[in-house]
Design a protein around this ligand. Structure first.
Ligand SMILES: Nc1ncnc2c1ncn2[C@@H]1O[C@H](COP(=O)(O)OP(=O)(O)OP(=O)(O)O)[C@@H](O)[C@H]1O
Ligand SMILES: CC(=O)N[C@H]1[C@@H]2OC[C@@H](O2)[C@@H](O)[C@@H]1O[C@H](C)C(=O)O
Length: 361
């Protein structure tokens, strides 16, 4: 198949807004990166979505959140639509319980297709969960394509620091992402989400800008040690996380806000440090994407804790704010071609598995 221009989107767990990015691809290799766009959620919109966290289709409040997610996507994608052959619409994860009720991304791809007048690939995670996988992380197949696009000569790891963290060890020598030995990927644990929640609860602010507050505080080593004994963190991959990590905010309740922020940063970096034990070999480089790379406290913590050099993905020519949106452009083309989106070493699914569905306008 010839490469097409796919327009991918991500409305992530940290609830900052909708990212959109063009990618030219045949679903295997990257031909070109294109224009990007972003639309922040307004605080009242965030509140509607926040109230729907943990809810499932049909629950009160979900339809309102889904309509808002669809409208925000149509608003950011509308002006770009004429340049796109296909849209990858991830939607907004509201709940994720792969071993139980499944996974829930709000937003109807058929409605987005109708309003944009474009074919839309969506519902990326449910086939994987139905087949016994975690349904997440799904960006790893794209990380593999990125490593090959950058012509990296050695295995590296990609780390996404969003609301939740996820890491992908990738061997760029493997021709296909589903090849055994190509990838090992899993969620590392909470990243920015508890920090954002802390800042909102104590200062009415959306985030610790630049990580300055955390840099001014002192991490409580005892809280971090206790946190690392959590069952989920001790579990081996495959594993994926819901946004809400129990008890983490409660554990820092008695600390000053600066010490609490420093403690949450130390917890997030300790989760990443622990993830290296599950990689087949030490990566040559830890390449960081996602909003957390703008947090100096997180980046300094990682540099101290990782057993390899740490650098933002910009160091190999990628855009760390748009990598997930690009990933869902890449995966959209794979949905269209019926190619696998996941594999045993990414989500724990028993075999490489295609997924997603396409809605035509
Ligand atoms: N300048 C900054 N200073 C500090 N933190 C920042 C900055 N910019 C972004 N962040 C953090 O990164 C978050 C956004 O990251 P990102 O967009 O990668 O997450 P997401 O896509 O919503 O989450 P996920 O990847 O878990 O789905 C913000 O909510 C904030 O916590
Ligand atoms: C269920 C869900 O939406 N998970 C997200 C979340 O945010 C980061 C991490 O947890 C990752 O597993 C996933 O998103 C990315 C895009 C992924 O699937 O690779």
């Amino acid at each position: 198949m010839n490469a097409i221009w796919a327009l991918g989107t991500m409305s992530g767990t940290s609830l900052d807004g909708v990212d959109a990015a063009f990618l030219r691809t045949d679903g295997e290799s990257i031909s070109a990166f294109g224009e990007t766009a972003y639309r922040a959620y307004a605080e009242p919109e965030r509140e509607v979505i926040r109230r729907a966290f943990g809810l499932w289709p049909g629950d009160d409040g979900v339809a309102e959140a889904a309509a808002l997610v669809e409208a925000a996507h149509v608003a950011v994608l509308g002006p770009l639509a004429s340049g796109a052959d296909l849209v990858g619409f991830h939607g907004q994860t509201l709940a994720h319980d792969p071993g139980g009720r499944g996974t829930h991304q709000a937003g109807d791809g058929a409605e987005v297709a109708r309003r944009l007048g474009l074919p839309v690939a969506w519902d990326f995670r449910s086939a994987d969960v139905a087949a016994g996988g975690q349904g997440a992380p799904l960006a790893p197949f794209f990380h593999h394509a990125c490593a090959r696009w950058a012509r990296l000569g050695q295995p590296v790891a990609f780390l996404n620091l969003g609301g939740v963290g996820n890491v992908t060890w990738v061997d760029p020598a493997a021709p296909r992402p589903e090849d055994p030995g190509a990838l090992v990927a899993f969620d590392t644990g909470p990243a920015n989400a508890p920090l954002n929640d802390l800042l909102l609860a104590r200062h009415g602010m959306a985030q610790d800008e630049g990580g300055l507050l955390a840099l001014s505080g002192q991490a409580d080593a005892e809280v971090v040690r206790a946190f690392l004994c959590n069952d989920w963190l001790l579990r081996s991959p495959p594993k994926s996380l819901d946004r809400h990590f129990p008890d983490l905010l409660a554990a820092v309740e008695g600390l000053s806000v600066a010490d609490a922020a420093a403690t949450l940063v130390a917890a997030a970096t300790a989760c990443v440090a622990a993830s290296f034990a599950h990689m087949p070999a030490r990566p040559a480089l830890l390449l960081v994407c996602g909003g957390g790379r703008h947090n100096r406290a997180l980046m300094e913590g990682l540099a101290a804790a990782a057993p390899c050099p740490v650098a933002p993905v910009e160091s190999i020519g990628l855009n760390g704010d748009m990598l997930e949106a690009q990933a869902f452009a890449y995966l959209a083309v794979r949905v269209q071609r019926g190619l696998p989106l996941s594999a045993p070493m990414t989500t724990g699914v028993p075999r490489p598995l295609p997924g997603g569905r396409i809605s035509l306008p």
